[in-house]
Design a protein around this ligand. Sequence first.
Ligand code: SF4
Length: 351
Amino acid sequence: MTFIVKPRLVHAGMPRNSLGLTLRDYEGAMSTLCAGCGHDSVSAALVQAFFELDMPQEQVAKMSGIGCSSKTPAYFLRGAHGINAVHGRMPAVATGAAGANRTLCAIGVSGDGDSLSIGLGQFAHAIRRNLDMLYVIENNGVYGLTKGQFSASADVGSAAKKGEVNQQPPIDPVLLALTLGAGFIARGFSGDKPQLVPLIKAAIRHRGFALVDVLSPCVTFNDHESSTKSYAHVRKHDVEMVHADFVPHAEPIVAESEAGKVTPVTLHDGARVLLRRVSQDYDASDRANAFTHLVECQARGEIPTGLLFFDEARADMHGIANTVDEPLATLPFAQLCPGAEALDKLQARWR
Ligand code: SF4
């Protein structure tokens, strides 16, 4: 991956956190995503959350798979550890990183394609193991990096850029996580930073698997071919001299929600979604209640947002596997390698 270094302009009056760092210090490389892509707003929310939590960057391991969303970790926390894994395999890498060093704050950024198709098994087992991590899904219903095919979260009836209509029912990561026993489940919208930042902060502080599903519009593949003003239409009636592509400039969508209220949001292609933020008296500790709320919202054509379920009683992966407190890299060799005699004894048990 090629990085474009962002100029670091720090105004003398910029607020600093308890580590003496500014918001700028928590940024990453210059984004190469399309202008207006919701994922950049998610990066900005992550920057804000880590800044407000006074998080030392060397304590963070940021991981991703493949897709537009998986480029995101390059755009925040330039001083953190990071690995860009293969498609759908980020949870396995996160399991290894967290297992080797439980003092790290593990964060995975994935997409609906990366998590709900090729990576669905990995996603499910990370929840089942209660891996101590923040798992962000930047959810836009399409494979942006490979030019806008439907992903497994695309709604029935939604149209792709080429005009075909999706007929397969979506996989809802929130409902799935609820069914699989996740202890922290939230949904936000990339254009609602005041709601998203606290959700991310709470998810980082949660011990165990914390899912934050973020609706993050893809500005490029909401541009339908049925429009005579679309890029696809122009290309069809044009004589191609050289194959080139162009991504139109777009502004990020911003919409702040209110507790208990429905916020209509118009996407770049004119489609409207209804975001329902949970009310003040919503009980996020009751799994059955959360399930009913999600299904009722779905039936009304609304997308529920906010902290949807929370339970910290379940032991996380470290508690279940009884991992050591210290990072493996700091343990003395004798403790890491008990020697040939101990290994012989262990192997004798299976003979
Ligand atoms: Fe974002 Fe879509 Fe562009 Fe990918 S193709 S960077 S998801 S707007």
